[in-house]
Design a protein around this ligand. Structure first.
Ligand SMILES: Nc1ncnc2c1ncn2[C@@H]1O[C@H](COP(=O)(O)OP(=O)(O)OP(=O)(O)O)[C@@H](O)[C@H]1O
Ligand SMILES: [Mg+2]
Length: 400
């Protein structure tokens, strides 16, 4: 069975185990080795047999199961863990990710989802796919200025690099008013203009020596051009080619954008796997966000591609999260707390918030966002914890 990946299923529910067995039994180059009701019994087996893929349910007793997974992965480092659970609360997903789960599937399990996850784990196990053989492009956007696009892009990119240890590119495509380099206090030797004009020479060596490595991390920064006329010369086509080139070297590309809906920005958004639409909780910003969503719909972007991030979020806002969701007809994906002091201190020092105060609420929040967006997690639907606390409803304001 050397050329096959072994699968062990651990789930207390008989029915669930049977369903999973049924879904994964015919995946080529894999075989179901055993299934267990009891996770402690499974532990000895998967460690002794160096199981390749472990599908483990954490619905019942997450903490105990996490401890067990932790033990397994510390001994059998090659084991690829797929976690299943009825609860897909963001905290739980993040915890799973931190202890080394590669995939998180919400129950009831969908056939295609688990097959896709097992195939990916199989390819990783058998060496058909390197861990960095994928690239996810995430851009931060808002059609309003000063809303937190750059703060989100910079801190997210660094945390993605810290968490995944994979190569992350942070690209400043706010071509006229870029300030990524200010946020990170960098004076790069090269910029986007140079790279797009040398696109025929671009390979991994070129990129890693042209983009500015941030300290000793795996984050590489590509700055906006210093002169406005250079920015104007960059075409949409060049931007697309730039992405194609970057994808071969980096696992994640985080793009900071400007607030204009021009052709270049649309090219960036078209090329993105994920758009973090950043807004704050006030009426003008939400109205703008609504317009953005309308445009995105016309551009054919799916709901999965566009995720709404509430920046500068404060508990007890007059406008409740649920009201914003009602107006936008979308779930809020993430809330970044308002922490002016830490953000300003970071910007003024030219360092990410994680270096100013790693324990602050905002540093933890960016880390958690990075964990959620890293490729290890699928089917992430953070559940809402907050309850509606008053009856103020902005829906009325938006009705004409
Ligand atoms: N979570 C936060 N808490 C408190 N203040 C914040 C937060 N995020 C951003 N800010 C503040 O908002 C300002 C604008 O942030 P940022 O530069 O990231 O916005 P932007 O959308 O990129 O702006 P521009 O449109 O000019 O590019 C920052 O200087 C900072 O003072
Ligand atoms: Mg900005």
């Amino acid at each position: 069975m050397n050329n096959s990946a072994s699968i062990v299923i651990i789930d207390k529910e008989d029915n669930s185990r049977n369903i999973i067995k049924n879904y994964v039994r015919n995946i080529p180059e894999t075989y179901i080795d055993r299934d267990f009701e009891d996770s402690f019994e499974a532990y000895t087996h998967v460690v002794e047999h160096r199981t390749n893929i472990i599908i483990v349910d954490i619905s019942e007793d997450p903490d105990v199961t996490f401890e067990l997974i932790n033990k397994i992965t510390s001994i059998n480092k090659q084991a690829k863990i797929i976690v299943t659970s009825y609860n897909s609360d963001a905290d739980l997903v993040i915890k799973a990710m931190r202890i080394g789960a590669r995939e998180f599937l919400t129950k009831p399990i969908k056939e295609e989802e688990i097959q896709e996850a097992v195939i990916k784990m199989r390819d990783l196990s058998l060496g058909n796919l390197s861990d960095s053989n994928h690239c996810k492009i995430i851009s931060t956007f808002s059609n309003k200025g000063g809303i937190g696009k750059t703060a989100t892009a910079v801190n997210l990119a660094l945390e993605l690099a810290n968490i995944t240890k994979e190569k992350v590119a942070l690209i400043d495509l706010n071509l006229q008013l870029g300030d990524v380099t200010t946020f990170l206090d960098l004076t790069p030797s090269f910029d986007i203009s140079y790279v797009v004009n040398n696109i025929h020479r671009v390979d991994e060596t070129f990129l890693l020596s042209t983009l500015e490595q941030y300290k000793d991390t795996s984050l590489y920064v590509l700055a906006d051009p210093p002169f406005l006329e250079q920015a104007e010369d960059i075409t949409s086509d060049q931007i697309s080619k730039l992405f194609d080139a970057l994808k071969k070297t980096f696992s994640y590309i985080v793009v900071d954008t400007g607030s204009n809906f021009d052709g270049k920005t649309i090219t960036v958004l078209d090329n993105s796997d994920l758009i973090l639409l950043v807004t704050i909780v006030n009426l003008p910003a939400i109205r703008n966000c609504q317009r953005c969503l309308e445009l995105f719909e016309r551009l054919g972007y799916t709901k999965d591609k566009v995720k709404i991030v509430l920046n500068r979020y404060m508990e007890n806002e007059e406008i409740k999260t649920e009201d914003v969701e009602d107006v936008l007809d979308r779930k809020i994906y993430w809330k970044i707390p308002n922490n002016y002091f830490t953000i300003m201190s970071a910007i003024n020092k030219g360092i990410p918030v994680g270096l100013v105060n790693p324990d602050s609420n905002i540093s933890r929040n960016y880390r958690d966002l990075a964990a959620m967006l890293s490729d290890s997690i699928v089917s992430t639907k953070p559940t809402r914890k907050q309850q509606r606390t008053n009856n103020f409803n902005i829906l009325g304001i938006f009705k004409k």
